[in-house]
Design a protein around this ligand. Structure first.
Ligand SMILES: Cc1cc2nc3c(=O)[nH]c(=O)nc-3n(C[C@H](O)[C@H](O)[C@H](O)COP(=O)(O)OP(=O)(O)OC[C@H]3O[C@@H](n4cnc5c(N)ncnc54)[C@H](O)[C@@H]3O)c2cc1C
Length: 495
């Protein structure tokens, strides 16, 4: 990948070359082709999450019709897709939109100060070889994801230093880890654990998923029968558009039903789970969560692969708690011993906001926790800054497309009105709430560093594509709470 010094000034500086950063580049090309932009990425390549994680079986749990961009149909057969297919799709996107020239790898953004007088961000950047440089931009877009790339979350395990086997974290998967014929314990019950268990069970002696408490797990076909049917009678593009619209609706209806009829949805999910397990399997011990569906994330398994591994006896689930690690494995609170050669701690992520970029306005540092999100993409009192954080209950990319399209509309509005800045400023007292009302462990551990949300528009976070479409696409960009301004000293004069 290209490692070329970024330009000294661009209209839009995008931090991160994952799904969000690439998406933003494409939207600028399509909807604001006159704007200059650069994408700065601290790693050596594109893809973010889909390049970082290398554990066996790594795949999406969203369908790619909605996890892919709206402007680039996902045409591969598998719609619950492995990381390498997602990466290929992103590479194709970069090529189609000719983004290589704008991408700069090995550049970590450290901080950015907005100069209100000039209406410009000055951005501190460090190259991996230690060289530091300063760039300027008119608009800063944080496409940095939501977690720390350096270190996954590893809770303190009692006695772990006694363990004679190998302990691995999925975020730091050793390339040469040989688990064939080995006894593996996967600690966790989230999306990563349910992916790892069937993938490792193919060659391991046995894989045990050790969970403190159960999660909802639903099975979806990895190939979408609807799109396969549609493709036979219409063009691929049209079939994709219909399948995507149907999946957006399906996700929304499913989520709404979970929120409004939790008892019914528990019963339906339990019946689906039970039907895929052996007759006397203790479904209520291992698959009956304490929370209602979608109060925490719900895991998807393609073609029931986890249930198949459980049926075949290649994998099992233990619902218990760790008392202590021993040299040979893990002793549980119940007193039983789980022998292990390899323990995988699928214990999650450390939330990290805006990739650690420290923001200031006119030299005054800004703590994002003191800000309020505006239309879920700008921050109160921070001019010309936007960010992309996707949905917890639907595909991340659905939100990326909406945010980037809105950003392009904002840029057009600045041009049309001869203004240089947009700044959300609360125009009445706001009742503040946490940004994410979601009980997943990583959210709860990190929520204190997040911006807040208000209790009314445009300060709320809608975990709903339809609601975001209305306010980001179908509504004018102007709003009483969004101030547009002119630079007192036009940048051209001073630079
Ligand atoms: C294992 C796993 C599976 C997932 N599966 C799904 C799924 O199926 N569906 C779904 O909707 N979501 C899923 N997610 C959430 C997922 O992270 C998003 O869907 C999506 O990939 C995020 O894209 P992004 O570009 O916003 O962030 P990321 O993929 O995290 O990319 C951010 C990029 O920014 C770069 N960066 C960060 N800080 C800086 C800095 N200061 N300077 C320069 N560069 C920086 C990083 O190096 C990285 O390349 C999953 C997450 C994980 C961890």
């Amino acid at each position: 990948m290209r490692d070329v010094t970024p330009p000294a000034h661009v209209d839009v500086l995008i931090v991160g070359a994952g799904i969000s950063g690439i998406g933003c580049g494409c939207h600028l090309r399509r909807e604001a082709p006159e704007k200059t932009f650069a994408i700065l990425e601290s790693r050596d390549g594109i893809g973010g999450t889909w390049d970082l994680f290398r554990y066996p079986g790594i795949r999406s749990d969203s369908d790619l019709q909605t996890f892919g961009y709206q402007f680039k149909p996902w045409t591969r057969e598998r719609v619950i897709a492995p990381a390498d297919e997602i990466l290929d799709y992103l590479r194709e996107t970069v090529a189609e939109y000719n983004l290589s020239e704008e991408m700069h790898f090995g550049y970590q953004v450290l901080g950015a100060n907005f100069d209100s007088d000039r209406a410009r961000w000055t951005v501190q950047v460090r190259h991996r070889d230690g060289e530091e440089l300063e760039l300027t931009c008119s608009v800063l877009f944080a496409a940095t994801g939501y977690y720390n790339y350096e270190q996954g979350y590893l809770p303190p395990f009692p006695g772990v230093e006694e363990f004679a086997g190998t302990l691995v974290h999925p975020q730091h998967w050793p390339e040469d880890l040989d688990y064939a014929g080995k006894r593996v314990v996967v600690i966790g019950s989230g999306a990563t654990a349910v992916t790892l268990v069937p993938a490792m069970a193919k060659t391991a002696a046995h894989v045990t998923m050790l969970q403190r408490s159960p999660t909802y797990v639903i099975s979806l076909p990895s190939e979408d029968p609807i799109i396969a049917g549609l493709k036979r009678v219409m063009s691929e593009q049209r079939a994709f558009r219909i399948a995507r619209a149907l999946n957006i609706k399906r996700q929304a209806i499913f989520y709404t039903l979970c929120q409004r009829q939790p008892a019914l949805m528990r019963t339906i999910i339990r019946a689906q789970t039970k039907a895929q397990l052996p007759k006397h399997y203790p479904v209520d011990v291992h698959f009956k969560p304490r929370y209602n569906p979608w109060d925490e994330r719900l895991c998807v398994v393609p073609d029931g692969d986890l249930f198949r591994a459980l049926r075949h006896g290649d994998a099992s689930i233990v619902t218990d708690q760790i008392d202590t690690f021993t040299p040979d494995g893990i002793r549980l609170r119940s007193g039983s011993l789980l022998p292990a050669d390899i323990v995988v701690a699928a214990t999650g992520l450390n939330v990290f906001l805006f990739g650690g970029v420290s923001l200031s306005v006119d030299g005054t540092p800004v703590d994002p926790a003191d800000t309020v999100a505006y239309r879920a993409m700008l921050l109160s009192n921070i001019p010309n800054f936007a960010f992309s954080i996707g949905y917890t209950n639907a595909s991340w990319t659905l939100k990326v497309d909406l945010v980037c399209e809105h950003l392009c509309r904002l840029l057009h509005h600045l041009d049309a009105t001869g203004t240089d800045t947009f700044t959300p400023v609360p125009d009445r007292p706001l009742q503040l709430r946490p940004l994410l009302d979601f009980q997943a462990g990583y959210v709860q551990r990190g929520v204190a560093q997040f911006p807040k949300q208000g209790s009314e528009e445009p300060w709320t976070i809608a975990m709903s594509y339809a609601a975001d479409r209305r306010r980001l696409i179908d509504t004018p960009v102007t709003d009483p709470a969004l101030r547009f301004g002119r630079a007192a000293t036009p940048a051209e004069v001073v630079s």
